[in-house]
Design a protein around this ligand. Structure first.
Ligand code: ATP
Length: 517
């Protein structure tokens, strides 16, 4: 784990050093859990968004997009339940003065038991090799059984306090923290305050003081912008059930504990799609969207062992199924996307609070009803982080050197092609520019003439540029260049006229989308 933490730290510094992610207002020492995307980060982020948007809107005839405002009528958040119930349980340590999410402290404790079990299993697997039978080991090893028992007991208690009548049982939650002897990682003490509820929405005022102001919220999710536009889109687009509305946009949450870089931010971006369906078909559609979304993730080629579903034990009262897609980050398997079967809760609530009839007339059944909804909701920033974590490598080379390389999927890489003149004379820079001028309409190209070729390659490896081209003396005679592949580092001689054909297919989003059909 310590080694993984080291790697994670390196990824964070790499993001800053190579223009991917900077702390917000860096010259003023940053702002907690708020980040800016730099010159390379914004390109990668835009490519992620394009991959998602096109997979939804381009590949599905029955999904359309919208772009709703961040500010919404304050009643929206009353209707959605966010004013009354968008809370996290928080607890303070009196000695360190640090604040924690009480549920996360307990989840971390459960993860500790899981880690202990995993360590025993790994040790035994090493010892017994091919003869190792994991199921039998789990059922008989005393240390595994002891930790499993502790895990199960804690899990059971946690479920009870989270699902208590009338909301989370805050006293019960504190008791668990005391009984498990959970200490503050900073002070090392168990001097805890009581657990309190904390609303995560940011609020601000709209309007000048003289004309009366009203309190409004920065949206904590983009989904409500879709629900309040359901009628507009359904009517103007003459949409027939089942159909979906997709949206990408900023969301804001006053997270209590801001940790793990861009994993948990106070200002972040979501890509959400609400799929409206006939009541009664929701479990089939839920299964279908689980499969579709997992395929979208795995299509990036990071290995299926790095993903898993985490089905929710605790369902919101209106939901009848929910799962997370988790990715293996350096700090464990973590949620990147949520898929929820939300019944007709949101549309019914908005109908109730707005007084408008929000229904669908089904011509086949000759009746009106409130559609049910399956939601897929993914964080752009968490997706970005998972891609960075998986792509980053400090590779040991045959000559004993190390290179830092980002094995980004070519279609997502910020720069697709770098063009270098071998030297700054004999017309090589002009020839290199000529190549760029030709290709820049098709994909993102970068010109580099500073330093030796070897150093230029390293800089391009570090930002994940999949192809580099070098213009040399021979180019001036026969219009061929050396084309270098980022991952294999192999170089081959190709004609300039062939470059577009070789590269374009590999770096376009279309190349990714084709595998989804
Ligand atoms: P968590 O349990 O980690 O707080 P959540 O279950 O509250 O997340 P959802 O409300 O389901 O998250 O939001 C959908 C997606 O939005 C998440 O899967 C995640 O990718 C992203 N997301 C949510 N909160 C944040 C945040 N604070 N920073 C970055 N991304 C976030």
């Amino acid at each position: 784990m310590a080694q993984q933490e080291e790697v994670f730290k390196k990824i964070v510094s790499h993001c800053k050093e190579y223009g991917f992610v900077f702390p917000s207002s860096d010259i003023y020492d940053g702002l907690g859990a708020v980040y800016d995307y730099g010159q390379n980060g914004v390109e990668l982020k835009n490519n992620i968004k394009q991959y998602w948007w096109q997979s939804m809107v381009l590949l599905h005839e029955n999904i359309v997009g919208i772009d709703a405002a961040i500010f919404m009528h304050p009643t929206t958040w009353k209707a959605s339940g966010h004013v009354d119930a968008f809370n996290d349980p928080l607890i303070d340590n009196r000695d360190s003065k640090k604040r924690y999410r009480a549920d996360v402290l307990i989840e971390d404790q459960m993860a500790k038991y899981e880690d202990k079990i995993q360590k025993e299993i790994d040790k035994a697997r090493k010892k017994f090799g091919d003869a190792f039978d994991e199921a039998q080991f789990r059922a008989t090893n005393a240390r595994v059984l002891e930790n499993q028992q502790k895990y199960d007991a804690l899990h059971h208690r946690f479920q009870e306090v989270m699902n208590a009548e009338g909301g989370i049982d805050l006293e019960g939650m504190k008791q668990i923290i005391l009984d498990e002897e959970i200490v503050c990682p900073i002070s090392g003490t168990r001097n805890w305050t009581d657990v309190r509820q904390f609303n995560l929405m940011f609020s601000t005022e709209m309007g000048a003081a003289a004309e009366g102001t009203s309190k409004i919220y920065l949206r904590p999710e983009t989904a409500q912008g879709i629900f309040v536009n359901y009628l507009n889109v359904q009517k103007t687009g003459r949409m027939k059930l089942p159909f979906g509305i997709a949206q990408i946009g900023k969301a804001f949450r006053n997270e209590i504990v801001a940790r793990q870089f861009i994993f948990r931010m106070r200002e972040f971006e979501q890509m959400e799609m609400q799929f409206f369906i006939q009541p009664g078909t929701e479990l089939d559609w839920f299964a279908k969207w689980k499969e579709t979304r997992m395929k979208w993730h795995q299509n990036l080629g990071f290995g299926s062992e790095n993903y898993r579903f985490h089905d929710h034990d605790k369902l919101a009262h209106y939901a009848n199924a929910a799962t997370d897609i988790e990715f293996h980050m350096p700090f464990g398997f973590k949620e990147v996307e949520g898929i929820h079967s939300r019944t007709n809760f949101d549309l019914s609530q908005h109908a109730k609070y707005s007084g408008k009839k929000i229904e669908y007339f089904d011509p086949e059944r000759n009746e009106s009803y409130t559609p049910y909804v399956i939601e897929t909701s993914i964080g752009v920033d968490r997706m970005f982080l998972s891609i960075m974590c998986h792509s980053y490598e400090e590779e040991q080379l045959a000559d004993g050197q190390t290179r830092t390389v980002l094995h980004l999927p070519a279609a997502l890489a910020p720069v697709k092609l770098a063009v270098f003149p071998l030297t700054k004379k004999d017309g090589m820079p002009e020839k290199a520019q000529e190549i760029i001028n030709d290709l820049r309409f098709h994909f993102n190209c970068k010109y580099e003439e500073k330093d030796q070729i070897g150093k230029r390659y390293r800089r391009m490896d570090a930002i994940g540029c999949p192809f580099c081209v070098t213009v040399d003396q021979q180019t001036l005679q026969d219009n061929t260049v050396t084309l270098r592949d980022r991952d294999t580092m192999e170089q081959r001689r190709v004609a300039i006229s062939e470059l577009r054909g070789i590269i374009e297919d590999k770096v376009s989003i279309t190349s990714l989308l084709k595998n989804l059909l």
